[in-house]
Design a protein around this ligand. Structure first.
Ligand SMILES: [Zn+2]
Length: 351
């Protein structure tokens, strides 16, 4: 099969032919139809995750995976309801199934988690073996290039906003800020409207083209932040909404300057859900967090239940996409564009 692999960190991927993987008895073989390209793929190539865990090459990146079932392992129960030819999305966090996090369904934060696209097999290849419990069957009328990004870009902000909602941070008298309108943010804006219980949605980004997408997807207000102080941004927020503080933030970037801006705009009893980790560090004053009783939520990717909910919304046609479909041979070119933050919406490799 064709595969794009990391042979050495910090180098372009190597396009090569490798053997089609065997499957274990509890796995299925998925023929990849489309795979989204994520900023995390760039972080992976650039060695970011080596700070936290050793992932030895060769690695096939690509974790936003959708395709068709090609083969089913002998121990996969009939009750799984999977047949050859079914269309599926691949749920990203493969837990050990026995720890307390797995037991409550949060397999993606299992201490023994495996992630597709961060090891031997990933979506930048024609086939991938997947434990049967981590595929979700989807309706055949849905487009593969739209399904792929829903497994990360369209899943991660969904879980983050759910956390704010479940903590009571949304409602008709609240303002939620969406920080960053890249791959994740275009979905975050839509979920903020869908799950916000009437909250006003304000999108913040540096790039005006990306803000235009946020507006199209229902942001009530958009604010360009490039070159502006936190005080200036606060004034614009007040002009737009009548208040200069945010009640909730979904941060899809996690860059130091965005985090600092976000916390400086966060109001009393505010909730900050961060799903981005571009900067890897936060440095913010502590007293306003304590005196204003603010809450920080780390939110990571999503579990099977979250992904099933996203699939239900997609099936109902409630999610809009900004997608650039590319060919296998363009992967390195688009990794470079992603590295420079120059992709509007999501680039998706289609096989
Ligand atoms: Zn576990």
């Amino acid at each position: 099969m064709k595969a794009a692999r990391i042979r050495e960190y910090h180098k372009p991927l190597v396009m090569e032919d490798v053997a089609i993987p065997d499957i274990k008895a509890d796995e299925v073989l998925v023929k990849v139809a489309a795979c989204g390209m994520c900023r995390s793929d760039v972080l992976l190539v650039d060695g970011f995750f080596q700070n936290y865990t050793d992932i030895p090459p060769p690695i096939i990146p690509g974790h936003e995976i959708t395709g068709t079932i090609k083969k089913i392992g002998s121990l996969v129960p009939k009750a799984a309801g999977i047949e050859e030819g079914d269309h599926v999305v691949v749920s990203p966090g493969w837990g050990d199934g026995v720890c307390r996090h797995c037991q409550v369904g949060n397999t993606h934060i299992c201490p023994n988690v495996r992630w597709p696209g961060f090891g031997t097999y990933g979506g930048f290849a024609e086939y991938i073996p997947v434990p049967a419990r981590y595929v979700i069957k989807v309706a055949k009328q849905l487009k593969f290039e739209e399904l792929a990004p829903l497994t990360d870009a369209g899943l991660t902000p969904y879980r983050g906003i759910k956390k704010i909602r479940d903590a009571g941070g949304l409602g008709p008298d609240r303002i939620i800020g969406v920080f960053g309108v890249g791959g994740l943010g275009t979905y975050a804006v839509q979920y903020a409207k869908l799950l916000g219980a009437g909250a006003t949605v304000v999108a913040f980004a540096r790039n005006p083209d990306k803000l235009a997408v946020a507006r199209k997807y229902g942001a009530d207000h958009i604010i360009a932040v490039k070159g502006k102080s936190a005080a200036d941004v606060g004034k614009e927020l007040k002009t737009a909404t009548g208040q200069d503080k945010l009640d909730a933030i979904i941060d899809c970037v996690g860059a130091p300057e965005m985090v600092q801006l976000g916390f400086s705009l966060l109001g009393i009893s505010g909730h900050y859900a961060d799903v981005g980790f571009v900067g890897d560090r936060i440095d913010v004053p502590l007293f306003p967090r304590v005196s204003g009783e603010q809450t920080f939520h780390g939110s990571f990717w999503g579990n099977n239940a979250d992904l099933s909910e996203v699939m239900a919304l997609a099936t109902e046609g409630k999610i809009q996409h900004t997608i650039k479909t590319i060919g296998f041979e363009q992967i390195n070119e688009y990794l470079e564009l992603l590295r420079g933050n120059n992709v509007v919406g999501r680039a998706v490799v289609k096989f």
